[in-house]
Design a protein. Structure first.
Length: 268
């Protein structure tokens, strides 16, 4: 295969089609009052969608990295505990997990806290209604995605050349310094593409929080369309918003990946 025919050299016709479609929908938005009204209503949920995605993803990254380290530990109990968590979270649909966390796990944890504190009925330290549904949704997405990210981090850490780790050990670096200065930076460059893909997927899956009545883009589209009965226009606007966010993120992440790859080659 010649360099001219490689996938990386293909002209992005898909992007041209998306841009043309987006421009058409944008024209409809500015020229049609129904579209404009739908955009005004749905735009209020953009910050909820973005905020839920960012907070849940950052938390999932921290938990996933911890699980990956546990999975590579020398201690069998840590390895088995990490594997148990990962298999359970990956085996439960995100929608089911969302409902379970919101209406089972969080109330159970609150009841446990009150029981441990010895609070009498009616004098609880914290009540279920004190935990907003928004944060329950963030917790559910965080737990769900942490299992998938753990496998990505584990694969990246295992792919680091053992010779470099042994060289760092010979230089007297502690386990933490070997991880921070040698293992993780190299693993991060290798796993950046799947991490970016999972973040885009998180943005799309954040629409599931609508089942809890949280006013994100999906929920506002449902409420707006049920009020004006203009389902075609309303969900066109919702799709345009999600496509703008996800495709924009994909292009930014692709450019960032290219820059990181180039910097890695220069460092060598």
């Amino acid at each position: 295969m010649t360099p001219q025919n490689t996938p990386d050299k293909d002209f992005p016709w898909w992007l041209v089609i998306v841009v043309i479609t987006g421009l058409y929908l944008f024209y409809e938005v500015i020229s049609d009052e129904v579209y404009r009204a739908a955009l005004r209503a749905l735009s209020k949920g953009i910050w909820i969608t973005v905020g839920v995605s960012v907070v849940a993803y950052l938390g999932a990254c921290l938990i996933g990295l911890g699980l990956a380290v546990m999975g590579l530990s020398r201690h069998i109990l840590l390895r088995q505990a990490a594997r148990l968590y990962i298999e359970i979270m990956r085996g439960v649909p995100i929608l089911v997990l969302l409902l379970y966390v919101a209406f089972v796990l969080v109330p159970a944890c609150i009841a446990a806290v009150n029981w441990l504190a010895g609070a009498e009925p009616g004098a609880e330290i914290i009540r279920t209604r004190d935990v907003p549904l928004l944060w329950r949704a963030v917790l559910a997405l965080m737990l769900a995605y942490s299992a998938f990210l753990a496998e990505i981090f584990r694969a990246g850490l295992q792919a680091v050349d053992k010779g470099q780790i042994e060289a760092a050990q010979a230089l007297g670096l502690s386990g933490w310094l070997r991880f921070r200065l040698v293992s993780f930076p190299q693993a991060f460059r290798m796993i950046l593409p799947p991490l970016g893909n999972d973040f885009v997927a998180m943005v799309k899956d954040s629409s599931l929080v609508a089942v809890l009545g949280i006013s994100d883009v999906a929920q506002l589209a449902k409420v707006t369309s049920s009020g004006n009965f203009r389902y075609f226009e309303t969900y066109n606007v919702a799709a345009l918003i999600y496509l703008t966010i996800t495709i924009g993120l994909s292009l930014l992440l692709r450019r960032f990946e290219t820059r990181m790859r180039t910097r890695g080659l220069e460092d060598r």
